[in-house]
Design a protein around this ligand. Structure first.
Ligand SMILES: *Cc1c(COP(=O)(O)O)cnc(C)c1O
Length: 361
């Protein structure tokens, strides 16, 4: 196909997800030099150092390195809940949508969903109303799970006040609070608060090093010593006990030390992208809704569907995922540049002009 936009074809601008990021040169060096040992014996010094640093950053007693965010959430839920117990979570949450129902499939944990509002929150009164009374018809409510940032609500941030309110509710009812913080770092940077403050009332937290922080592999869960003791057993049961995985933890340490503050750059790029896209005829989004590194936008030009726009953009080296019939998602990350953002905005404008006559019915 013909395009008047000058785009590098060898290096697509890949905005499908922040998971497509690449490890930095410093990470590769740290991985090559890492001291390692058998972590199931607790003898990997690099993993031990990472777990201490994560616990300190999150203000928790202990932490545990796990291969993925999905496993982190699964072992956290399984450490809090038994079979037939119920967890309250958002109907737009990653745990509910994108983890194969693992908590139910593996742990027999019953999901009770509540609607996520557009700002990513659950209504606190609705949470309270969903907590089961002591009645033999009902499962036992054990856990509330929140997600910060809230991926499917546009990477929206949940504030410290909100997190505290839900934490207080959980405590008042003897429930546990888990925070899926795959992008907690983004929330903390966007709000200008410490990650520890955001999860101060949480019993457990999962965080990812492999999203915006650009490490190649790895997540962690954090909580009390007692929670981590159970989580460590659960990690082994689901096959996540790793041996000389310090080579991975070494990259995660670099991620924590060097890649957190720079998330502000991704957020600035996302805002710039949102403003650029909003100005294009045939694209609809509210730039004010973009708080971190995720930009959802709708194609509203007659005859166009999201899949067509995604295909047209891929042909000129810009990768964005369609997520619904009219909706697409772009995610900024390392090393997407301001120039990449300008090119993406230009490519969308151009695609809608040049492709329209062909795609019209
Ligand atoms: C990516 C993500 C996870 C975990 O994903 P993995 O690919 O298993 O590491 C969990 N929660 C949220 C909100 C995520 O975005």
């Amino acid at each position: 196909m013909h395009s008047t936009i000058d785009l590098p074809t060898a290096f697509p601008i890949d905005l499908r997800s922040d998971t497509v990021t690449q490890p930095t040169p410093a990470m590769r060096q740290a991985m090559a030099a890492a001291l390692v040992g058998d972590d199931v014996y607790g003898e990997d010094p690099t993993i031990n150092r990472l777990e201490e640093m994560v616990a300190a950053r999150l203000g928790k007693e202990a932490a545990l390195f796990v291969p993925s965010g999905t496993m982190g959430n699964l072992i956290a839920v399984l450490s809090h809940c038994g079979r037939g117990d119920e967890m309250i979570l958002g109907d737009q949450s990653h745990i509910f949508h994108y983890e194969q129902g693992g908590a139910a499939a593996v742990g027999g944990v019953h999901p009770r969903t509540l609607p996520n509002r557009p700002d990513g929150t659950l209504d606190v009164q609705q949470i309270e109303d969903a907590i089961r009374s002591d009645n033999e018809h009902y499962p036992i409510t054990r856990l509330i799970a929140l997600e910060n940032t809230q991926n499917r609500c546009g990477g929206s941030v949940l504030t410290p006040d909100y997190m505290e309110a839900v934490g207080a509710l959980a405590q008042a009812h003897g429930l546990k609070l888990h925070v899926d913080g795959a992008r907690l770092w983004n929330a903390a940077v966007a709000l200008g608060v410490s990650p520890a403050r955001l999860v101060a009332t949480a019993d457990s937290v999962s965080v990812c090093f492999s999203k915006g922080l650009a490490a190649p592999v790895g997540s962690a869960v954090a909580g009390s010593q007692e929670f981590i003791r159970r989580a460590r057993r659960m990690r082994k049961q689901v096959g996540g006990g790793m041996r000389q995985a310090g080579v991975l933890a070494a990259a995660a340490l670099v991620a924590l030390e060097e890649m957190v503050e720079r998330l502000a750059e991704d957020h600035a790029h996302a805002r710039r992208l949102a403003h650029g896209l909003a100005a294009i005829d045939g694209i609809r989004l509210d730039p004010a809704s973009v708080q971190t590194n995720i930009v959802y936008f709708d194609v509203v030009k007659p005859g166009w569907r999201a899949a067509q726009l995604s295909t047209a953009l891929a042909a000129v080296g810009v990768l964005v995922n369609p997520t619904a019939s009219q909706r697409l998602r772009a995610v900024t990350h390392y090393p997407i540049t301001a120039v990449d953002i300008e090119r993406t905005v230009a490519a969308v404008g151009e695609a809608l002009l040049t492709e329209f006559s062909r795609s019209a019915p």
